[in-house]
Design a protein around this ligand. Structure first.
Ligand code: ADP
Length: 396
């Protein structure tokens, strides 16, 4: 996108330069020829042409353009700049500071107007919440600086990706540091030749920490595979019931250990959905695993299936969709955490989760898998009142 913008800008500048050169060349040729006298309409026509060229190019450019005079008053602003800066003020007599509402950016333009050197900076207007890159270049007539042009690009997506990359590195090191520190301590204790039963217990704990690291590495690898599109879903029209029942049987031993009542209710037992049964089994198991983990002894877990003709917020039906939901009577999720629950590494309460185990990657993987089927995964929950995770699959 940046390359495109740069090319467009270069093309714009080159076109304007060419036009200016043509204009000067025409003027000179006309002066040299002396006769016949120039037709008076021509320069106006030419100016109209360059104006039209500038307006068209500026209006079709991906970037916002703002042109200011030496006193930093806005002389031109294309619609893209208007939208990017969310300016709701009238252009006439507007000072740059009033438009940008950023002293640093205003000072930068003043420097460009002073010495003619191009400069750039990142801008985060509070009104739009976006990240903008602002490049400022002097406009000069001969040696005299007659104004400045600001080229504004929306780099929100790019900076979010950059932040995600930094967060990933920070999160992975954080997740690894804790089990590695435990391993070191346990190892040192075993090396100090404790009584055999203590050594045995420590070895068990070491195996547990190694399992946690292995799970983290496996899930990270899996997420990377899914996100890079290297996981292909083997979609086939299949009944949901056997998939749910298999997941139930696999989770039952853990549920029994915590004396949790776990059951399934099929509204449409014979519903056939388009799915990769292995992957949907994995999603279900992940949701059930969380339900068991975050529900206290004596609680209950129910899996329900239903038919839906549209997702929440959809104005027209896009279904029918098969909905599968996993409800628990557990700890629930605080309202402020709900929007972030599907982010990689997000855990509601790190201290609690550390004790319970888990990487914070399970829901991110589940969401990708469901969306790969064309469906959605969402949660309804209230702290202390349990949670319901639901996902949809296209009915075959
Ligand atoms: P984890 O491996 O930590 O379980 P997930 O991505 O599966 O990672 O879940 C992210 C976080 O969402 C959990 O750490 C927990 O805080 C919260 N969460 C997930 N499922 C539930 C649930 N059924 N009840 C309460 N909290 C949940």
């Amino acid at each position: 996108m940046t390359t495109l913008t740069l090319s467009l800008t270069l093309a714009l500048v080159a076109s304007l330069g060419l036009c200016a050169w043509l204009f000067v060349a025409c003027q000179r040729a006309r002066a040299a020829a002396a006769a016949p006298p120039p037709r008076p309409a021509e320069p106006d026509q030419f100016k109209a042409l360059t104006d039209a060229l500038f307006q068209t190019a500026a209006a079709n450019l991906d970037a916002g353009i703002v042109v200011v005079d030496p006193s930093r008053h806005v002389r031109y602003l294309n619609p893209q700049a208007d939208a990017l800066l969310a300016s709701d003020q009238s252009l006439s007599g507007l000072s740059l500071i009033a438009l940008l509402r950023d002293h640093q950016a205003d000072a930068l333009v003043a420097e460009v107007l002073h010495d003619g050197g191009p400069r750039e900076l990142a801008l985060k207007p509070i009104s739009s919440g976006r990240t903008l890159r602002l490049r400022c270049t002097a406009l000069a007539t001969g040696a005299q600086i007659t104004g400045a042009m600001l080229l504004i690009n929306d780099i929100t997506q790019l900076s979010m990706l950059e932040r995600a990359r930094r967060d990933l590195v920070a999160n992975v090191s954080h997740e690894l540091r804790t089990p590695l520190a435990s391993l070191k301590l346990l190892l040192e204790t075993v090396q100090s030749a404790p009584p055999p039963e203590v050594a045995q217990r420590m070895l068990g704990q070491m195996a547990h920490e190694i399992d946690a690291i292995t799970q983290l590495v496996d899930e990270l690898h899996e997420l990377a595979q899914i996100e890079s599109g290297r996981v292909t879903l083997k979609l086939a029209p299949l009944p949901i019931r056997p998939v749910v029942e298999r997941a139930l049987e696999r989770i039952r031993p853990q549920a029994d250990r915590k004396q949790l009542v776990i059951q399934a209710e099929f509204a449409e037992a014979a519903t056939i959905a388009l799915m990769d049964e292995g992957r949907i089994g994995q999603v279900l198991l992940n949701l059930l695993h969380n339900a068991v983990k975050f529900t206290g002894a004596g609680g209950s877990i129910v899996i329900r299936t239903a038919l839906l003709d549209r997702h929440a917020g959809e104005p027209t039906p896009t279904g029918p969709w098969l909905t599968v939901s996993v409800s628990d009577t557990g700890v629930g999720i605080p309202t402020q955490d709900l929007p972030r629950i599907f982010e990689r590494f997000y855990k509601v309460d790190r201290a609690r989760t550390r004790h319970a185990g888990g990487t914070g990657l399970g829901l991110a993987i589940a969401k990708h898998l469901v969306e790969g089927h064309g469906g959605r995964l969402w949660v309804d929950s209230a702290e202390g009142q349990g949670s319901t995770f639901s996902f949809t699959l296209p009915v075959a």
